[in-house]
Every structure is written in C-alpha cells, then in structure tokens.
Design a protein around this ligand. Structure first.
Ligand SMILES: C[S@@+](CC[C@H](N)C(=O)[O-])C[C@H]1O[C@@H](n2cnc3c(N)ncnc32)[C@H](O)[C@@H]1O
Length: 281
C-alpha cells in the first residue's frame, strides 16, 4: 500500500486547502506507513515538493503574517509533500485513509456522501477504496474539478434544495456519510466553534435521513461546549461512537472527528431512532 488510496497515483489538481489540515508528524496510517520511502514522523519529508524550500521568517511583501506562517507550515509538513507526490488534492486525504484503516469505513460498492469535499482529497480516497461499483456523491460550496467515479455537486449544504439534490444523486440508502465541512475561520473562537458545530448537527440530521441500517457517519467537530448534545443524539442513533484524532490531524488544531457506526434502522412511523436524527434542519 503506497498511499491513502492503497496504491494508485492521481491526476490531482489544486493544492492542499488551507482548511484541510492539522498536525505535523509523518504520513502514517493506522495499519501501515503511507509513503514510507519518503520519510515519516521525526524524519521529515525525505522527498516531495517541500525539499529544499525555505520560507524566510517575517512577512513577504504583500503577504500577511498569518499567510506567511501558513505557507511556512505547509512547506514543513510531510503530509503536504506526500499528498502532492501521490496526486492527492489535499493532505486531508490521509485523515480519511487513517480513519478507514482503523474502522473499515470504506467498503467496496458502498454508497458514500462526502460533505464539504473540496478540493477533493477525501473523495479521491473514497472512490479508490470503494471501487467502480460504488457511488460517491461529493458536495461543496466551491466547485471542484472532476474526479473520475464521483458525482460532484456544488451548493450550500444548509439549503434544503441542495440537500435534496445530494439525496437524489445517491439513488438509494447511503452506507457512509462523511462531513469534513468547516466554515471559513473568523478568528473569533466562539463564533468558529458554533459554526462548525451547526454544520456537524446539520450533517447528522441529513445522515439520519439518508443512511441505511448499519451505516456509518464521520463528522468533523471541535472541542467545546455544545458537543455533549450532539454526542447524546449520536449515541442513540448508532451502535458505536468514537472520538478520533487521526495522526494526520494537526495537534495544534481543536479539530477532531466523531466516527459513528452501526446506524440503527429508523422506526417505521415518525421520528428518528430514539428521537435522534430524522427531524431535518
Ligand atoms: C477542510 S475543507 C474539506 C477538505 C476535504 N475533505 C478534502 O479532503 O479535500 C472544508 C470544506 O467545507 C466546505 N463547506 C463549508 N461550509 C459548507 C456548506 N455550508 N456547504 C457545503 N460545503 C461547505 C468548504 O467550502 C471547504 O471546502
């Protein structure tokens, strides 16, 4: 296995998105090392695009201090180099690959929804691992360049019409709903937190509508106050719930993922499982 997709390189385009990442360390997955020949944790990137690049301290003319910091971090990050080397559109690809290797989420022939998919790293991994018979439907506010084997939709998930388009494109009950959605950071921690959690709750409501029995749900959340309410609803709706910080998620980020598996079948009449999802947004 050489990468998040268990092999294959990609004709990826676009860079690693600014919102895509977390923690340094090396491109490791749960069961095996991704791109072992290119260096790993502690060793730094042994190859890839980061080699030899130096970003000077201080700001570059016309560039803000925060974007200079971001650029410096990108160049020092082995996951960024590895994603580029393997043709993945974002370093975030490794997060999904690592969670899949731990929990076996991406099954051949699965019906997968990928919410907040741009630039497309998770979608690439889902398509590769689920195979040609799978259906992968990806949505983002931002238009994405085509990914062979995936249906790409553009729109705001908060709009009912957009959610209806995603559900229609699935063409049957989903086996996996992924949400890596993150609203652009405002710099105000409370506001950012509320926004991410609102998207997570909306994704959960949607998962409750489209998942088939036994399905799984993966959602990005942040540490903080409103989380327990969502956790309680998830516990009722799924047989198993875990908090996960994949190695590729940056340690200095509050980001983590909830991985819920074993979706309980909806009751025949009215409401979601145990008063869980199904109520819409
Ligand atoms: C961290 S990035 C996702 C990275 C992606 N998983 C990958 O592997 O490349 C978060 C994405 O969520 C999207 N997003 C945020 N709010 C959204 C919304 N309301 N509807 C659809 N997409 C949204 C953003 O446009 C952004 O592209």
């Amino acid at each position: 296995m050489s990468g998040p997709g268990r092999g294959g390189r990609h004709g990826g385009q676009g860079g690693a998105g600014k919102g895509g990442g977390d923690k340094g360390g090396g491109p490791k997955t749960g069961r095996g090392q991704v791109g072992a020949t290119r260096g790993g944790p502690g060793g730094g990137p042994g190859g890839g695009s980061g080699r030899g690049l130096k970003i000077k301290a201080g700001t570059v003319k016309g560039r803000s201090a925060s974007s200079t910091r971001w650029l410096r971090r990108q160049h020092a990050d082995p996951y960024v180099a590895e994603a580029k080397a393997q043709g993945y559109r974002s370093r975030a690809a490794f997060k999904l690959a690592q969670m899949d290797e731990r929990f076996g989420l991406l099954k051949r022939g699965a019906r997968v929804v990928d919410l907040g998919a741009a630039p497309g790293g998770w979608t690439q991994v889902a398509v590769e691992r689920c195979g040609r018979s799978a259906r992968v439907v990806a949505l983002d506010l931002i238009e994405m360049a085509p990914i062979e084997g995936a249906v790409l939709l553009t729109g705001d998930f908060r709009e009912a019409e957009v959610r209806a388009r995603v559900a229609a494109a699935l063409d049957g009950p989903a086996s996996l709903v992924l949400s890596d959605m993150a609203a652009p950071a405002t710099g105000h921690a409370d506001t950012d937190h509320l926004r991410v959690m609102a998207l997570a709750e909306a994704a959960f409501d949607f998962a409750g509508e489209v998942l088939g029995p036994g399905g799984a749900f993966v959602v990005k959340v942040l540490h903080g106050g409103t989380e327990p309410a969502l956790l309680n609803r998830l516990k009722l709706a799924f047989a198993k719930l875990r908090h996960v910080k994949p190695p590729a998620s940056r340690a200095d980020s509050a980001e983590m993922y909830l991985v819920a598996t074993g979706f309980r079948d909806r009751p025949k009449a009215g409401g979601g499982p145990g008063g869980g999802p199904g109520g819409g947004t």
